[in-house]
Write a protein that binds this ligand. Structure first.
Ligand code: DP6
Length: 428
């Protein structure tokens, strides 16, 4: 295989070094934040990440938060290698999740041709080729902001493009699912459902788009990063304990989620913010209730998260309508879904109680200027003061304003791997 590759490189008049035959692709992939949460794997399908219940999420704009991943292959590579945020991950090549994505995509891989139509990789070469991967996130890793979702979606999408696999993103989502369950939803933009499928037919557990990112253009997500530290209980171990010990989780999966999925998809399709918002908050609360019902209990929310929850309820009561909806994943960070018309007011309210702290506190300067200049109605502040929150900097680390966005994209202007050596060249 080496010789054949070498010949091809010579024919296409690329410098004669074998290293110049590196074939690589760079992509971006989004995070997603669930509004009907995935929590718990079916005991018989745990290794394949077959969930107890279906879930649905909003894919967020990669311009604000994303994973950027380069994958490469060359006959000169002697082992699979993975760098995360610039650091070599020694155990990666044997990691079950990484292997499921790489080997699963190799099974879908096709012949690759160059821009002149010359075959540079034959289909039968793929099983023996090694893969290098370098990936980083543009936001805090493992802080409950779906970094693993973006990371595995990026890995699978990049591999699919590298290997010229048939572009069936729903099939690709079954591989991302085996990386991290929630990652399957990041293969699509907009509003995305993960249908739980069945343990007997794992390929039926896959994501599909309910509506694309242009469907509800007024929707915004305001993220309050309460902690950018790695969480103490990973989703994987937390949900395993919940499955074993929480009767509430079993009840939720069996009796509650299916009806909620229908209502939620309907609310999104009809752009009914009140229905969407109320269900989003109730589902987040139920997920955290199952964490508390787990034995020993898991606490992802902290005092700051609880204050944000209370402020949102007082705000909605003051407004006489659901104008803001919170949701929390496996960490204390809040994601507030808000329509564009209310986002400056909600931003100003949160900024009042969680004042600016450190540089680049808010990701978008135009929004920061408007939120800082906004005069909050005195009766709103008086009502919110009842929550007992005394404005003080430091409890929130940063704000990100974003919106629904597209699925993964191929990037032509960035590369995390050196084009001549295939080694990592990304520095945090
Ligand atoms: C609370 O997808 O991270 O964010 O499948 O074990 O990798 P694994 O778990 P993961 O769990 C995400 C849980 C959640 C809810 C959600 O995204 O639906």
């Amino acid at each position: 295989m080496h010789t054949r590759w070498y010949l091809l490189v010579s024919v296409s008049i690329v410098p004669t070094s074998i290293m110049s035959s590196i074939h690589m692709v760079t992509v971006s992939a989004p995070t997603n934040i669930a509004v009907i949460k995935y929590w718990g794997k079916d005991a018989d399908g745990a290794a394949l990440h077959i969930p107890l219940n279906s879930s649905v999420s909003v894919t967020l704009d990669t311009n604000d938060l994303c994973a950027i991943t380069t994958v490469a292959t060359s006959p000169s590579f002697t082992e699979d290698k993975l760098w995360l945020n610039g650091e070599l991950d020694e155990g990666a090549s044997t990691n079950r999740r990484f292997r499921a994505c790489v080997d699963g995509m190799k099974a879908m891989a096709q012949e690759v041709v160059d821009s002149e139509g010359k075959v540079i990789i034959r289909k039968e070469d793929w099983p023996n080729l090694k893969i290098h991967v370098s990936s980083y996130n543009t936001f805090p890793t493992a802080a409950g902001l779906a970094s693993s979702a973006a990371g595995y979606a990026a890995l699978v999408f990049a591999l699919g493009k590298l290997m010229n696999a048939p572009e069936d993103y729903s099939a690709w989502s079954t591989l991302a699912r085996q990386g991290s369950g929630s990652a399957c939803r990041s293969l699509f933009g907009g509003f995305v459902a993960w249908r739980k499928g069945s343990v007997d037919e794992p390929m039926t557990s896959r994501a599909e788009q309910v509506a694309d990112e242009t469907h509800w253009p007024e929707m915004r997500a305001l993220i309050l990063v309460v902690s950018d530290k790695k969480k103490d209980t990973s989703s994987t171990s937390g949900m395993a304990t919940s499955v074993k010990t929480s009767p509430l989780l079993a009840h939720r999966a069996k009796e509650i989620v299916a009806a909620r999925m229908e209502l939620m998809e309907q609310a999104w399709l009809t752009k009914d913010f009140a229905a969407f918002g109320e269900l989003t908050m109730k589902d987040s609360n139920q997920f955290h209730a199952t964490c508390l019902d787990t034995y020993p209990p898991i606490f992802y929310l902290n005092g700051t998260s609880q204050q944000i929850i209370r402020l949102v309820h007082v705000y909605n009561e003051w407004a006489g309508a659901v104008r803001a909806a919170y949701t929390f994943d496996a960490g204390p960070n809040a994601v507030l879904y808000v329509l564009e018309k209310d986002v400056v007011e909600v931003g100003a309210l949160m900024l009042h109680y969680f004042p600016e702290f450190g540089e680049k506190y808010i990701n978008r300067s135009d929004f920061a200027d408007k939120a800082k200049a906004y005069e909050l109605p005195a009766d709103l502040v008086a009502a919110c003061d009842q929550v007992g929150r005394v404005p003080q900097a430091g409890d929130v680390q940063s704000f990100y304003l974003t919106q629904a966005g597209a699925g993964p994209q191929v990037l032509s202007d960035i590369c995390n791997l050196d084009a001549t050596t295939g080694e990592n060249c990304y520095k945090p």
